[in-house]
Design a protein around this ligand. Structure first.
Ligand code: ADP
Length: 429
């Protein structure tokens, strides 16, 4: 593997799915992108890439720990040559007055030497826009959106200048849409003015993608920015437009064949996944696990691995824990929701381990939590992001695993078309 030259963009994401979303966005903009799981080891063998997204789970943990992990990630990214680091947050600005956006931003800015940092969660493609510093989710302000009832971080204020001000030691300024529309130089002038008034962070409005491109080009003058996948898009397009990154057929490298047997695991009970499992029955052998047996012990997983071993040399197989909503509810009422979820996730992780031991090199996993359990169990340190199978779901190539390279597709339950499993396998050779 040819080792990397200097990174053009380093990113620190405060949760795994946000990291994947950003990695996918950067790849679609032509940046060869790797997503790591946690702070990478110093000796992670990195192919030649333009961007690395370090995935943390730091959104809702104690602020001091989030700062420590984010700093460690930044150190690693800077060590790989990243001049610019994006701290990736949720596009709905998920946080509380205790953090963690403000404390992490303050710490990273202090280390960066920047006078002022640009902050925007805008991501117009998903309906997140910022105007006069107020975040809108679709047509309503943040505090009228479902985020007002979020179990961990209810958002009761749409004014991000105020929200960030409560969790940061920085004075927060605003660069409004009128300045953004006038272009990069107007934004630079405004930022200098705000810095002169003592601000060390500025919320910047963005309503359409070209606003993000302007923001991206200004952000590249700095060492740090804070935002969601939208500012990632702006930074990526600015890197390409300035000639600092040559847009790559990023999929060519990520999608080179690995060969070997293929298997699918479905641990999501979403309606889309139920349909996808039903459709897969027409094209591959499908084993339905008995969830009651999974809770009873390890025998159900052993049985499933033996079933798969007899078949995977002949073609892909699918193993599903999926049940109808009524059956899921009944099981949960007998054993408790958390206990059932945990038991099934661990069973899927056991299965993934058994399938890899049996030679599987191509793995498709349905379910967000299920995917997290599988990736953790297989101790996958990082992925190279490849071609998109369906919106938001790319082919992933593992990096740095002991078992050798594998191709994976990880999807949240509701993602993907009705033929998702065969669509994914047709792109994973
Ligand atoms: P999604 O992306 O659809 O939310 P997840 O994998 O994140 O999928 O969540 C599905 C949850 O349901 C997991 O905790 C999984 O272990 C659990 N689960 C899977 N199958 C069953 C089942 N038959 N009964 C109850 N819970 C299940």
């Amino acid at each position: 593997m040819k080792l990397a030259s200097k990174l053009s963009l380093g990113c620190i994401a405060d949760d795994y799915t946000g990291a994947s979303d950003l990695a996918n966005t950067l790849t679609r903009c032509g940046l060869r992108t790797v997503q790591t799981i946690g702070v990478p080891a110093d000796d992670l063998p990195l192919p030649e890439v333009d961007a690395v997204v370090v995935s943390l789970k730091s959104r809702s943990i104690e602020a001091g720990v989030a700062v420590t992990r984010s700093r460690a990630s930044e150190k690693w990214l800077r060590g790989r040559g990243a001049d610019h680091v994006l701290f990736k947050i949720c596009s709905t600005f998920d946080s509380t007055d205790a953090g963690n956006i403000g404390p992490v931003m303050d710490a990273l800015r202090a280390g960066s030497g920047d006078a002022i940092v640009l902050v925007t969660p805008a991501f117009p493609a998903t309906g997140r826009t910022v105007y006069q510093g107020h975040l809108f989710v679709g047509s309503v302000p943040l505090n009228e959106s479902p985020l007002k009832d979020h179990p961990l971080n209810p958002m009761h204020d749409s004014n991000l200048v105020r929200v960030l001000g409560r969790q940061s030691t920085s004075k927060i300024g605003l660069v409004d849409l009128a300045d953004v529309i006038r272009g990069a130089d107007a934004v630079r002038t405004k930022l200098a003015e705000l810095a002169g008034q003592g601000a060390s962070a500025a919320i910047i409005d963005a309503v359409f993608d070209p606003d993000l491109e302007t923001i991206g080009s200004v952000a590249l003058d700095h060492r740090l920015s804070v935002g969601a996948s939208g500012i990632g898009l702006g930074l990526a397009r600015a890197l390409v437009a300035s000639g600092r990154v040559r847009p790559n057929a990023s999929s060519t490298m990520a999608d080179a064949p690995v060969g070997g047997p293929a298997a699918c695991l479905a641990g999501s009970c979403s309606r889309a996944t139920l349909q996808q499992v039903a459709n897969a029955e027409r094209v591959m052998p499908v084993l339905h696990l008995d969830p009651e047996q999974i809770i009873a012990g390890k025998e159900e997983v052993r049985r499933a691995v033996a079933w798969a071993k007899e078949r995977i040399e002949d073609g892909p197989v699918l193993i599903a824990s999926t049940s109808t909503p009524a059956d899921v509810a009944a099981l949960q009422s007998r054993h408790g929701r958390d206990a059932v979820g945990h038991a099934v996730e661990q069973a899927m992780a056991d299965l993934a381990e058994g399938l890899v031991a049996a030679g599987a090199r191509r793995l498709v996993v349905a379910g967000g939590e299920t995917s997290g359990a599988v990736v953790d169990r297989l101790k996958i340190p990082a992925f190279l992001v490849g071609a998109e199978i369906s919106a938001g779901v790319p082919v992933l190539r593992t990096i740095g695993t002991n078992a050798g390279e594998m191709l994976m597709a990880l999807k949240s339950g509701n993602f993907g078309g009705p033929e998702f499993f065969s669509d994914a396998l047709s792109m994973m050779h």
